[in-house]
Write a protein that binds this ligand. Sequence first.
Ligand code: ATP
Length: 294
Amino acid sequence: MTVDGTAPATSAGLPASRAGSPIRIRDVDIRFGEFVAVRGASLDIAAGELVCLLGPSGCGKSTLLNAVAGFVRPAAGEVTCGGEAVTGPDVSRGVVFQSAEALFPWLTVRQNVAFGPQMRGVPKARRDAVVDRYLAMVGLAHSAERFPEQLSGGMRQRAQLARVLANDPSVVLMDEPFGALDAQTRLVMQVELDRIWRETGATIVFVTHDIGEAILLGDRIVTMTAGPSAAIKKDYRCDLPRPRDLTDPACAALFRELREDIGAEVARTLRAQGLDDGHDGRPGADRPERTEER
Ligand SMILES: Nc1ncnc2c1ncn2[C@@H]1O[C@H](COP(=O)(O)OP(=O)(O)OP(=O)(O)O)[C@@H](O)[C@H]1O
């Protein structure tokens, strides 16, 4: 690392992408007042891994991600990133939100992406090179001078990702980043993210409730139990060759396994609410997943 906190320059004068950092979540409890959202969560994520956090709506995925981001302080336990305790937000842990409102509407795409490096005092020539690199990486070079309101939903999410990557994060935390996109754009973005992840080498934690999306992207798929007091339920290693095809028999088998896993949690929530409708997590017993319809 250089003194200004950026990655060292390559022979081309551009900062080299920072290698991914390992993340360690150990015995974490997260409370909101009396409400226990997450209890006893432990998870180790290796440097450069892409891990999908999957679980029923409201179980605590975002809350756990926010603890890694440093937005939420655990009531118990510890989160470390690269061996250092997470005590608050840091540019080395970039966050991509579902809402494109995260972009500054009064800045152009280029200015949005340049914002982080500018705040860190990166000299203009290098800043421009960094911005150009990441705009090209996310396919937005031609839209650099547009404002967020002039972009489609998919383009806004690309801009968000470029803005995060311009800070050379070692960890990228993505909270249902494609959740608001139409099915086709979502599919394109999933393919793009797979490529960008390999180009940057960052560790990615990707929150989704879409089983198909998790299978397309994850090295590992980690499921959570239904809240309150949500915990890590099961850790699925997913080393199927990429790019993945959900109609491939191995993907389809994993899809069924995950649907049973998540379906059982949904059923547990419904029972707890006295709304049990016979939903038992068996294939076909829950609503079809969005990606299944493709
Ligand atoms: N700031 C907060 N104050 C109080 N309760 C909160 C707060 N943030 C989250 N919660 C509660 O914590 C639980 C977990 O919420 P969280 O947003 O992490 O779930 P999620 O799995 O990400 O859901 P979804 O998939 O629907 O986005 C929920 O019961 C939610 O109401």
